[in-house]
Design a protein around this ligand. Structure first.
Ligand SMILES: [Zn+2]
Length: 306
């Protein structure tokens, strides 16, 4: 593809809604700045619960139509974020939501968790070699909070980055992603957000989540980049609202189907795990593309290298 913008960002997520919760402000910012933002979602989230009672029949144990419904929610969310390039790994419905750890669905044929990593990664290599992103964002090895699909998304993303750079692998020109980040949330920031929830809106939700329930929560030392998305707070909130079966938003707070409130953070945090930091001296980056050559085009002629 010759006409891609100079800056290209790829995000790999497990289910529709994870991208808006983790990276909604970041995605909106880079899309608004003219970067090419590509979202790859690995499953349709078919095993999720459903919050609005009128839609309760969608669940896997009833009509089992939550997956297609969430395809529509994701499309709406991407409109809110201004992201045009969103895809499902291997095509919509190729890999099924595996359910929570230990669930019987984990081992079903076609579940994402039971799929060999290299098989799933092959689809992502195609995307990486087509888009040639300089920056890849995914979860930490625990998937942020231990969900099998999130752990598998991490494994597939990291493996695909390696395979895409290997000239001996598959077809298409190799491409090395210059920087890889894992999603993080700074513990002190989350704690302050929970304190705001407890003091300003204690009754907004039936309960309040624990700080350690927040995916990717970690101490500040591990965080290397901080994206101030306050200008895109409205877009992030709207994108989260679009995932109506999964998320209930109330002002600067939200809850998942467990009805436990938590802060909706519009500053988003990252840990650089591959590539050189763009800012010296251990100072946090404020741009995921920091330190990368600015003029690289999308033809691969100068291919991004770490
Ligand atoms: Zn998820």
């Amino acid at each position: 593809m010759k006409d891609l913008p100079a800056r290209r960002l790829l995000l790999v997520h497990a289910h529709p809604d994870d991208e808006s919760i983790n990276n909604g402000a970041t995605m909106a910012r880079y899309a608004a700045e003219g970067a090419h933002v590509t979202l790859v979602t690995c499953t349709l989230g078919e095993e999720g619960e459903v919050i609005p009672p009128p839609l309760a029949r969608l669940t896997a144990d009833r009509d089992d139509t939550l997956g297609p419904h969430r395809v529509g929610e994701l499309a709406e969310a991407m409109k809110e974020l201004g992201v045009a390039d969103h895809r499902f790994l291997g095509g919509a419905g190729r890999y099924r939501d595996s359910g929570m750890m230990g669930a019987e669905q984990n081992g079903r044929p076609g579940s994402f968790w039971s799929t060999p990593v290299d098989e799933a990664a092959a689809h992502l290599v195609e995307v990486i070699r087509e888009i040639r992103p300089q920056v890849l964002v995914t979860y930490d090895p625990d998937g942020g909070y231990g969900h099998p699909d999130h752990i598998q998304a991490h494994r597939v993303a990291m493996r695909a980055a390696d395979l895409a750079a290997d000239p001996a692998y598959g077809s298409g020109a190799p491409h090395a992603v210059a920087k890889i980040y894992w999603n993080r949330v700074e513990r002190a920031v989350a704690e302050a957000g929970f304190e705001r929830l407890r003091t300003t809106a204690p009754d907004a939700f039936p309960g309040i989540a624990a700080v350690d329930d927040v995916p990717g929560v970690t101490d500040g030392e591990r965080i290397t980049a901080e994206i101030d998305g306050s200008a895109y707070a409205g877009a992030k909130s709207a994108a989260m609202r679009a995932h109506a079966t999964q998320i209930a938003v109330d002002g600067p707070f939200f809850a998942l189907s467990n009805d436990l409130g938590q802060p909706l953070l519009t500053t988003e945090y990252y840990q650089l795990v591959r590539g050189a930091p763009g800012v010296p001296g251990g100072i946090r980056e404020s741009d995921l593309f920091a330190g990368l050559p600015a003029a690289e085009d999308g033809t691969g002629a100068t291919g991004g290298t770490a």
